[in-house]
Design a protein around this ligand. Sequence first.
Ligand code: UN1
Length: 538
Amino acid sequence: MRLRENPHGSRYGKTLTGAHFIGGKFKGENARDKFLSLNPSYLKDVVGEFPVGTEKDVEEACLVAREAFKKWRATPAPLRGEIVGKIGHLLREQKEMLSRLITREIGKPLRESRGEVQEAIDTCAFFQSEGRRLYGQTVPSELRNKELETYRRPLGVCGFITAGNFPFAVPSWKIIPAILCGNTVVWKPSEDAPAVAHSFINVLRAAGLPDGVVNMVQGTGPVTGAAVVAAIDKGLIQKISFTGSSQVGMKIGEVAGRNLQIPSLELGGKNPMIVMDDADVDAAVTGAVWAAYGTAGQRCTSLGNLILHKKIADKFVSKFVKKAQALVIGDPNLREDISFGPMISERFMKRYLEHHKLAKKVKGIKCLLEGQRITDKNAPQGFAGDAKNGLFVSPTIYDGVSIGDALAQTEVFGPTVNVIRISDFDEAIAAANGTKYGLSSAIYTNNPAIRLRFKNEISAGMSSINNSTTGAEAHLPFGGTGWSGNGTRESGVWVIDAYTRWHAVNIDDSGGLQLAQIETEEAAEGKAEDLSGLTALA
Ligand code: UN1
């Protein structure tokens, strides 16, 4: 690994000369076109310098992956599972180091980074044993001396494009089940977290994953991501899985669709939380604060629209505002106890600051807290960072929002929440279902009838009852409806359908040609008088 001194950010660590990883070798370190990964808590800290992967790099990675597929698919699934198990053990051993790197590169508080590595460990634990299952079925035949069976078969080369907000957990959701099922991978990680991707690759290598099974091409979305998508049209990729914006997901879906492939698309959200008048208000406030401001709102499961019953709304809002004002914002590398760190990138910060425009001149909307870029002059109480050199922002709350307002319809990916006041459950569910998205959702209520209605009527891939909108577990299906995805799921047994196809096999031991449907036996005729006798008896 090539590391160099980091004069301005030495207290954070060294600077990596990053590379692609193709066929078991790091490559492209000396490429002409490069990009930098900066620590968003302190932009003078250069985490690494990385090559921008070209179409040629992606093609090379795909061809290597195609070659490796021949051997890897023939490796017994329990053996593939053993390697997945080793990856999990190494992750456990290296959890602290990896968590610190995640915090350095994307600014997430350490306890959340640890949670993210844990999610990858859990994923490995689950899929290690799946290598000893990966069940098919035996199915009875309508013909004699004939057996029917099904097998799961791998798809081939999988192209993965992942986001920067969960740079470890989400790639593990894709890579681990894909390789367990016998596929090989070409991965384009987020340009916001290339060093984390590099560390992931090192763990895979150390676990003994054969060369060519997982390949990585570093780069930017418009150049390298586009090259991965173009590889579908060239027949180099059999499956694409993408986590990111709905707009990009739609374009990828079109390319996959015209190649008759089913992509896995995990896209945006504008997640609602309903708080009914019978709810435990304190528990709901705590849940809402985490849902809205955890990870600085940069989760696809973050809370967007907070739908409050008018009977508890005033009480709720006053507690919520106080808690939001008391959040400790700062550099998570220097302090463990911060509530949220910086925005992941300038792009995310700009979008957050610009979202205030959506509220301007809209009747009825009141800004209770107007989140701004934190500077030396306006730093909130308890701020613990270098404002000038970091991408820190303060939280936002809008009150009096209606579900039709642009503010309530637009995913911001920052620490902002809209309060929508309603009078009953009918209005609440209409607001909760009133966006094009349908990823996560939550309700706080102690009324079993309302709970039942919510479960049945909410249009979302994931729902929490008396819990926050965030925090899926590694063995539950993750995904959404509408603009949040195309119905495919990650995690647990469900993701296996994304990385295998069913193969139906029939074996005929009759010695002749038996034709299903044409030569099937009919069941023998019954005796009608038996039933007429019964009628007389009754
Ligand atoms: C994402 O934001 O892309 O449920 C994934 C959660 C996390 C995963 C979020 N475990 O909030």
